[in-house]
Design a binder for this molecule. Structure first.
Ligand code: DHB
Ligand code: MG
Length: 222
């Protein structure tokens, strides 16, 4: 009997795309090793998504980035790589243990002076940023329950033309079955907020790869 050839799947295609296009460099592999070494969850953005953040920051000409959810600094470093000279990243992390891993990774990658890590609940940090210079780019990737609040803060802390990106907007499709998971309900509410806000032009793209089935929402502030 002829053996059926196995079709490559999403994860293998993702691996090919990463190897072929992303070229993260040795610093990025070290970040992943630090996540495993610290026993932190492997929920960082995929390399292809990290590079997308860098490219979106660069395409939009962002100089000031706000990130909500640092984890080990993987996406933070990608965002910092998208900054011009004089650019700045403020990143909010709830857990001090995660923030110290991120600090080491960001410093080792050479972006220490560019990145300010604020430890504590992001909603407490965001209020302290009010009235400062506006941000050009916001990446939201923290506790999903607060996504709508984070979007409201993103609108408050940005200028017209700023870009807002939100991770995990598909959540394995659970957004259509939100009773099963309170995070799914919060993510869906954030998408509905984006779609209904007259201050935002928004869309989303689904992703399927090393992180399963998920997606990014992308919006521009009017
Ligand atoms: C989880 C959080 C994330 O930001 C992510 O990208 C994937 C998973 C989580 O909390 O499970
Ligand atoms: Mg995420």
């Amino acid at each position: 009997m002829v053996e059926h050839q196995r079709r490559p799947g999403w994860a293998e295609v993702e691996e090919f795309l990463s190897q072929t296009l992303v070229h993260g460099g040795p610093g990025m592999a070290a970040v992943i090793e630090s996540i495993d070494a610290a026993g932190m969850p492997r929920i960082e953005v995929a390399p292809t998504a990290g590079k997308l953040l860098m490219l979106l920051a660069r395409i939009s000409g962002a100089r000031r980035v706000l990130e909500i959810g640092t984890l080990a600094g993987f996406s933070t470093i990608w965002l910092a790589r998208g900054m011009p000279d004089g650019g700045h990243v403020t990143t909010c992390e709830f857990l001090p243990e995660h923030a110290s891993v991120a600090r080491r990774n960001i410093d080792a990658a050479g972006f220490g002076p560019m990145v300010d890590i604020r430890v504590g609940a992001a909603l407490d940090t965001l209020v302290t940023l009010d009235g400062g210079e506006p941000y050009d780019f916001v990446f939201i990737d923290a506790d999903k329950a607060n996504n709508v609040e984070y979007l409201k803060w993103a609108l408050r802390l940005t200028r017209p033309g700023a870009v807002i990106v939100m991770d995990n907007v598909v959540w394995e499709g659970a957004i259509l079955d939100p009773v099963s998971d309170p995070d799914a309900g919060a993510i869906r509410a954030a998408l509905e907020f984006m779609g209904a806000s007259p201050a935002l032009d928004a869309t989303a793209i689904q992703t399927a790869g090393s992180k399963g089935w998920d997606g990014f929402a992308i919006a521009v502030v009017r």
